[in-house]
Design a protein around this ligand. Sequence first.
Ligand code: C2E
Ligand code: CA
Ligand code: CA
Ligand code: CA
Length: 275
Amino acid sequence: VKGEGRNGYSVYDDGLMEVADARQRLDSELRHAIANGEFELHYQAIIDARTRRVCGAEALVRWRHPRRGLVPPLEFIPFAEESGLIEQIGQWVLRRACVEARGWPDDTVVAVNLSPVQFRRADPVAMIRQALADSGLPARRLEIEITENVFLTGAEDNIATVRRMKELGVSIALDDFGTGYSSLSYLTTFPFDKVKIDRSFTMNMTKRADCAAVIASVITLTRCLGVATIAEGVESHAQLELLRGAGVDFCQGYLFGRPAPAADLDFSRPAAAKQ
Ligand code: C2E
Ligand code: CA
Ligand code: CA
Ligand code: CA
């Protein structure tokens, strides 16, 4: 027979136990997934806004779970970042992306996301150098996407690390631009090659004058700094036309294609935007 207080505590304990159990299960399933090669990469085309040519693709990881099917990254990457498993997953992603991109036309790039956590432990520069050497992919064909979170902790060290990456010859894109606290200051801190304007701006630009204004001024500003722009999440022709008018360099979004296996990429002709 449970007392009231006792019951209260036990419910609380059960809740914590469940969370702990779920984390434990996810941890061991992820370790199993790493050992058994359950990850795959999908690629989303990056389009030259002027010529509409597919000039590269971003690698986006998926987990082919034996029971749950294809698991999207947001359901395991944050956990992998907390537990440190992102290091091994991220290394696999990079190596796989370099190998697959090696078979694409020589003037295309492959973009790979790097977690801020990957800066904290092993040396990401050595990892990139090794992946390039093993795959034979020229450094100029690899683009590393980082978010400004990289500069929040260990800022000085991380800026130095990103500089060393650039010295390898890879290009650096600042992802999710506009979502952080002080995005603009990062543009003068580091010589990025590209800035990816976050989908939250693209999504609203045809409905909200303020979002359109932010995009237009980001494009103007980055051009002055010699930095190229990619608009993420382009879903409609109306968005595309506004972006082209504002002078965006590259576009990415469902209008041109969803992330899909590498075999679905077609570099041979201009991307046909869906009607
Ligand atoms: P992200 O780097 O900002 O990637 C863009 C996300 O937006 C992708 O989701 C993509 O499928 C989605 N997207 C692209 N175009 C459109 C569009 O037109 N409309 C809408 N609604 N969505 C669009 P996904 O693949 O689920 O990836 C989510 C996030 O997971 C990524 O955001 C990235 O932060 C992370 N991620 C994915 N792969 C990796 C990886 O290999 N390593 C690391 N560290 N993070 C990864
Ligand atoms: Ca990205
Ligand atoms: Ca992004
Ligand atoms: Ca994002």
